[in-house]
Design a protein around this ligand. Structure first.
Ligand SMILES: [Zn+2]
Ligand SMILES: [Zn+2]
Length: 389
């Protein structure tokens, strides 16, 4: 294995080599050869698990969802790595499983693969409990989600089916010991761990030479799922946008310093070669959704619950996706409420038995206002980029 300085200019591009079946792609990064293995991770989703070299073996980045199809996909991927690319590879050389975050499509296989490889498990501190105490977390979080759904206006008889569709249930993921809690800022060989929360409370991206393993923070085609902070701390639209801007800033600094682009290798979809441009596009998409939300509220003759608002914005007849849609709109409503652009009506009628929150917008068509993303970016600049004292 050769390690090269990102400044060496040896890697003009990642020179991808695709395996015969297309399930594995080899990338030549400036810090060494990386393999991307495609695996089924949820019924409707494929993901990428990566193998990156370290001084004493290999690091597996994420672990699939842990069901039999996902595990078989990874097993086949490891065989392809050995059979088509690197005859010396074997799974016992995987010394660490590092999780970008503890969502089931990324860490469901962590018990299986850390056991089979004899590997350590590294995860951000904020998500270590999900890895080693998943069942407790699932029970407690589901109570919180239930409350969120009731306040959203979901009829009580529909709450459990929606939660079942989401599938955060005790026993789904086999718990594993966490060997090392990360906080962000640590380095390990050529790797540097970046704490970029928003999509999850302990989301990590991992810099590695001229690539960054970006997990679910930035995807090449779709907008990343976001959640309200009241469901999960350190998530929410504001944290998510802050993290996107931090990633953009890192990518710009990288290009200035090394004279080439930093490429994102995300956990779903395609590599992203122009991170700043993709961040811009995502922020525009974010603003479009926020505007659509305010337009739907403004055009409604009556204030709307989160469920009514979500159905008007997104309803596509797929109940198994309803929790995701409610969470997405819920996170935007939370931000707009924080910014003083929405209000909750009839609060005097709220009771424990009748907790449905209804919203209306506070700004009119004619009002020209700085858009919501611009307001958040102003806060980002004040927090992180201000040189003024
Ligand atoms: Zn995720
Ligand atoms: Zn994911």
């Amino acid at each position: 294995m050769t390690y090269t300085d990102p400044n060496s200019g040896l890697t003009e591009s990642l020179r991808p080599v695709v395996s015969s079946t297309g399930a594995v792609v080899q990338f030549h990064t400036s810090a060494g050869i990386v393999y991307q293995i495609q695996a089924h991770v949820l019924p409707y989703l494929t993901g990428s698990v990566y193998l990156a070299p370290s001084e004493d073996g290999w690091v597996l980045i994420d672990s699939g969802c842990g069901d039999s199809t996902s595990n078989a996909d990874l097993e086949r991927g490891f065989e392809i790595v050995r059979g088509e690319f690197d005859a010396s590879f074997k799974i016992e050389k995987i010394r660490r499983v590092v999780l970008t975050h503890a969502h089931v499509d990324h860490f469901g296989g962590v018990y299986e693969w850390s056991r089979r490889c004899g590997a350590e498990v590294w995860v951000h501190a904020f998500e270590s409990r999900l890895v080693n105490s998943y069942d407790t977390c699932a029970r407690v979080e589901n109570l919180r989600y239930e409350r969120f759904l009731l306040e959203a206006g979901v009829p009580s008889e529909d709450v459990q089916p929606i939660l079942d569709g989401f599938g955060f249930r005790p026993g789904r993921v086999r718990e594993a010991e966490v060997s090392r809690k990360l906080y962000g800022g640590e380095t390990f060989g050529a790797m540097k761990f970046l704490y970029l929360p928003g999509h999850s409370s302990g989301h990590l991206a991992i810099l590695f030479g001229d690539v960054v393993f970006s997990g679910d923070l930035l995807l090449s085609k779709t907008l990343t799922q976001i959640w309200p902070t009241r469901m999960t701390p350190q998530t929410g639209a504001l944290n998510y946008i802050f993290s996107l801007k931090k990633l953009e800033k890192i990518a710009i600094s990288f290009e200035v310093r090394f004279g080439k682009k930093l490429t994102a290798l995300p956990a779903h979809e395609e590599p992203i070669e122009d991170i700043p441009r993709r961040v811009e596009t995502v922020l525009r998409g974010t603003e479009r959704r926020n505007q659509r939300l305010t337009t739907v509220l403004r055009d409604s003759e009556t204030p709307l619950s989160l469920l009514e608002l979500t159905r008007k914005m997104y309803w596509n007849g797929r109940p198994n996706r309803e929790f995701f849609a409610l969470s997405d709109v819920g996170s935007r409503v939370e931000l707009l409420l924080q910014l003083g652009l929405l209000e909750i009506v009839d609060s005097e009628r709220l009771t424990r038995e009748s907790p449905v929150l209804r919203y209306r917008t506070l700004f009119s068509n004619a009002e020209t206002t700085e858009n919501t993303v611009q307001q958040v970016l102003r806060m980002y600049l004040a927090c992180y980029d201000s040189d003024t004292i």
